[in-house]
Design a protein around this ligand. Sequence first.
Ligand code: ADE
Length: 247
Amino acid sequence: MKIDVLTLFPSMFEPVMSQSMMWKARDRGLLDFQAHDIRDYAVDKHRKVDDTPYGGGGGMVLKPDVLVRAIEAVKPEKQSPVILMSPQGRLLTHRVAVELSQHAHLILVCGHYEGVDERLRQIAITDEISIGDYVLTGGELAAMVLIDAVLRQIPGVLGAEGAQNRDSHADGLGGLLEGPHYTRPAEFRGLGVPAVLTSGHHAEVERWRRRQALKRTWQMRPDLLAGADLSDEDRAYLAGLIEEAGD
Ligand code: ADE
């Protein structure tokens, strides 16, 4: 996958994009990433990228001519999505990350200041994504969150093939949160490990994991249960939990 980011702060990306999974994806040739400085597309002698809003009011607005020039410079393919990172966009969810992972090329536009000139949306933006209902100072951190969530959906990026399918929210878990994990030591500050995990009984371990995922989702994000893919056994287990809590 190729990802081009348009930003006023390209140096924010390098520390993140050169670590961990992001770096592995690049090293394995699965990600071709570039951060482009929007200012390089300003043509006046002051390299001006923003201006005061028509109609008055505070803040500065990113100029449409500079941004359109930047987008056109990195967009050889007509079908590549051009995504504006913005608190007004559709929410980034697991489903959206999977959808975006299917594109060969993404262009991410990071806004700053009060916002972008509305004509940019009309001319060059094909999608608008928010990472949550809060306002960040700029789109850079949001773009990095999006890149992380999208990349882990690309086969070969995570070490263990299919590991992303066992993540919280993934289809393999039917839209549930993951249950708890344990590793050595077997006892830590007086706390042990559930016996089933050391029993060597694979089917029992799987059953326990499913129930823990159901329990955690019910405790932490009960709203997810409405859209989850549940078997009759899952429903019976949840009914038991609810009954127990009511006692
Ligand atoms: N830019 C500012 N706030 C944002 C948010 N919540 N999501 C994406 N981009 C943003």
